[in-house]
Design a protein around this ligand. Sequence first.
Ligand code: PCA
Length: 217
Amino acid sequence: MRNGAIIAVIALVLLAPAFPASENTQDVSVLITGFVPFDKWEVNPSQLIAEELNGEEIGNAHIIGMVLPVDFNESFEMVKKAMHTYEPSVVIALGLDGYSRFICIEKIGVNLKREEGWQLSRIEKDGPFLYFSSIPTGDITQEIRGAGIPARQSFFAGIYACNFILYRLMDYIHEQHLNISAGFIHVPPLSSQTPYGMELRTMVEAVRIAITESMKH
Ligand code: PCA
């Protein structure tokens, strides 16, 4: 009897990983952020994408879309709070690159920011010069292109709010040892904004692909 009980416990322990509890299949969350309009851009497509994806289910992930102010510290504080509230396994921040005609999957965040009057300073005084994003940028680029959407990997996210959020995100994840894949995607303007722009639904589709690929890692 005693031996039987021990064998049963051992069998349960060994078999458990093969039969994950069914409640575990829906509780992954993905945080997608966009920015409000800035400079001459009266509409920021990254905001519209985050709003559109908010509440959507992709695979077994629940998407949380949020919109950030174009303010260095305030934007990152909001992301940090959301990471603690929702405990996402993937965070992808989005922003507008007004001069691009591609979806740009950013690979690198640099430790530089542009202040008022084009003054340059470090984001983190003693931080590393760069961080790599931890979403699979190559696979994402390939899959988005495979869907017929113009996309490329980019190795410079600029020195403004978008690069800042990418750098701070990677720095925080690194410092806190969080198990989160994170990265940044720049989108072009909407086709209603410039002749070289892209339709909103195409951009939303590209970000869905990025989420799917990021969840595989
Ligand atoms: N694009 C800017 C900031 C906000 C946005 O959407 C950038 O590329 O830094």
